[in-house]
Design a binder for this molecule. Sequence first.
Ligand SMILES: Cc1cc2nc3c(=O)[nH]c(=O)nc-3n(C[C@H](O)[C@H](O)[C@H](O)COP(=O)(O)O)c2cc1C
Length: 373
Amino acid sequence: MSFNTFGHLFRFTSFGESHGAAIGCVVDGCPPRIPLKREDIQRELDRRRPGQSRFTTQRQEPDAVKIMSGVFTDEQSGEQVTTGTPIMLMIENVDQRSKDYSDIKDKYRPGHAGYTYDAKYGIHDYRGGGRASARETAARVAAAAIARKIVPGLTVRGALVQMGPHKIDRSRWDWNEIGKNPFFCPDAKQAKFFEEYLDGVRKSGSSCGAVIEVLAEGVPAGLGAPVYAKLDGDLASALMGINAVKGVEIGDGFATAAMSGIENADEMRMGNDNKPLFLSNHAGGILGGISTGQAIVARFAVKPTSSILTPRKTVDRYGRDTEVVTKGRHDPCVGIRAVPIGEAMVACVLADHYLMHRGQVGEGTAWPFKPGA
Ligand SMILES: Cc1cc2nc3c(=O)[nH]c(=O)nc-3n(C[C@H](O)[C@H](O)[C@H](O)COP(=O)(O)O)c2cc1C
């Protein structure tokens, strides 16, 4: 199976299956002399880790990461830093329960990847979805812990802004709330409601979707390219590449279709820092495929978990009609754990574009230009 590598200059190749011995990635292209400790990566993995509340899968994976290569102690600072060589990150799988899948091993779960995988490869590790499992996304979160260090001053944060049909109240948005509830929700009141709502969804033998918003601040103007490496295009591709993601929008996204040109235009004034000051950010920080220097805003929709306790009609590998019920341990709303994964993909795209930008134009232009020069 090919296509396991993300990126151009900041690249990683992920490996591993849900119920295999280990998962991980090899990060290539990370510049040398960037301080990197195991804890920097572990901190990010701990945010994605399963089994942390009753609202996510009860699979107990410590997701303990090992840095197998690519770091060394810097003589000057005494700190562990990257060497510029491939960094291999490995996470052992310790809580696989393959037995949970033996009843459904030949049956396709509607909404899951079993049928398409079989139609293409003819061999499928049914245990936990094999390579199609979101377990693979731990590797992306690990790689992104390194990506986050590449763009100076970059912060990437994400939040769950809708669960099922229920949106948060954006006037109550408080980033400090994100770490205080099990949903990465910035609206404390709505987070309380989500507890009740999600318990109900689970008890009914079903699941629900979610919308996640990712905000990247400290992105310099100029990342991206006008044609085949548009920053918004690459962000959309990276976010759509997360399991169960069915829609992506940048800035006001789909809502721009209903706006007038007057409403949608982000007017400009000259700021005090010799940079343009945009009076709004409907564009989500990207114009013509290139970053404006404003915050980048991306939103993505995650579908409801397909593994549910309610029997569903399906077929098996041998072409027979049957029914499937998925027991095992599943997230009732996979959108919750998708928050750190969305942040990870945004961080990796920005690191890759930052290195490509520097490779082509170095320090960039001396904007604003002198008239007539
Ligand atoms: C964090 C996360 C956890 C997931 N866990 C499950 C799960 O427990 N059960 C399940 O059926 N799907 C789960 N999924 C979604 C499937 O991996 C995904 O729906 C499946 O591979 C089919 O791909 P598609 O939905 O992108 O078309 C999860 C997705 C994410 C992002």
